[in-house]
Design a protein around this ligand. Structure first.
Ligand SMILES: NC(=O)c1ccc[n+]([C@@H]2O[C@H](COP(=O)([O-])OP(=O)(O)OC[C@H]3O[C@@H](n4cnc5c(N)ncnc54)[C@H](OP(=O)(O)O)[C@@H]3O)[C@@H](O)[C@H]2O)c1
Length: 263
């Protein structure tokens, strides 16, 4: 197999580093995150296995950081983009600094879109490409009243945007050679959120998440929920609920409950 190039964001730890280790046998790599020392150590490890590895330190919560990565993608040689960098920012919304809202949404929602936009022309020209975007099962947790997950309004807003973006993009690209995949892990045992997942019995390993995603790509899955048995039925039910809401609600007349007398 001819080696092509994969760019992985959030490669300095956790799930992103796991993708890098799994992809290094087949791809040359561009590793993106803020901690250049960590990226340098990983690059050395992977070069010893025969991969050509570039280190691209960038803060994806900033315009300049995104521009550095989109600039690299504009070279047009990247055939796999793993958009994985993210941060939790868990807190009640009232306690979040207004500037942190922009930073978190830029990192979790805007950067993945900008990176895809920059990667697509090269992939379409080459007639091949894969776009993997790591969101979270919490993206589907907006309506859950379960008090156990953390206060997460801003995180859910960003990841839900990423879910909607990637699913819609999948439909947009259906007649092209570019494959997309949305990855929605549950709790993963990483440094995430100061290592909170480390003490949770049902946390999955980052290696299993990355390996499920790559296996899912081989299976042609556009959505990968690594721990979910019966994924197809769950996704069919989700699509049926969305279809009922959109087609049922898109009517010229008011629903009957809005037409009664005002009391
Ligand atoms: N762990 C979980 O329970 C869990 C569950 C569902 C989804 N996820 C998702 O999985 C992805 C990876 O998280 P992880 O669990 O592997 O956690 P992690 O070990 O903390 O990794 C997060 C990665 O994102 C990078 N990153 C954070 N802020 C960044 C910034 N401003 N600019 C560039 N890179 C930045 C970090 O690198 P630097 O700090 O070096 O920049 C690190 O490489 C995230 O998108 C997260 O939402 C995680």
């Amino acid at each position: 197999m001819t080696r092509t190039t994969a760019l992985i964001t959030g490669a300095s730890s956790g799930i992103g580093a796991a993708y890098a280790r799994l992809l290094a046998d087949d791809f040359d790599l561009v590793l993106v995150a803020r901690r250049a020392d960590r990226l340098g150590d990983l690059a050395e490890e992977l070069r010893a296995r025969g991969a050509a590895v570039e280190v691209l330190p960038a803060d994806l919560a900033t315009h300049d950081g995104i521009a550095a990565v989109t600039g690299r993608l504009a070279d047009g040689d990247v055939r796999m983009l793993v958009s994985n960098a993210g941060a939790s920012g868990y807190a009640p919304l009232v306690d979040v600094e207004p500037d942190d809202i922009n930073r978190l949404l830029t990192l979790n929602a805007v950067a993945p879109i900008q990176l895809v936009r920059a990667a697509l022309p090269g992939m379409l020209d080459a007639g091949e490409g894969a776009i993997v975007t790591v969101a979270s099962l919490l993206a589907f947790s907006a309506g859950l009243m379960d008090p156990r997950p953390p206060r997460r309004t801003l995180y859910v807003a960003g990841k839900a945007a990423t879910v909607a973006f990637t699913r819609t993009l999948t439909n947009e690209l259906v007649d092209t050679p570019v494959r997309t995949q949305l990855v929605c892990p549950g709790v993963v045992d990483t440094e995430w959120n100061s290592g909170a997942g480390r003490n949770i019995a049902w946390a999955m390993s980052p290696e299993d998440v990355a390996s499920a995603s790559l296996a899912g790509l081989r299976l042609g899955e556009t959505i990968c929920v690594p721990g979910l048995e019966g994924q197809e039925a769950a996704l069919d039910a989700l699509l049926a609920a969305e279809t009922a809401l959109v087609t049922g609600g898109n009517q010229p007349t008011l629903a009957a409950r809005y037409t009664g007398p005002r009391t």
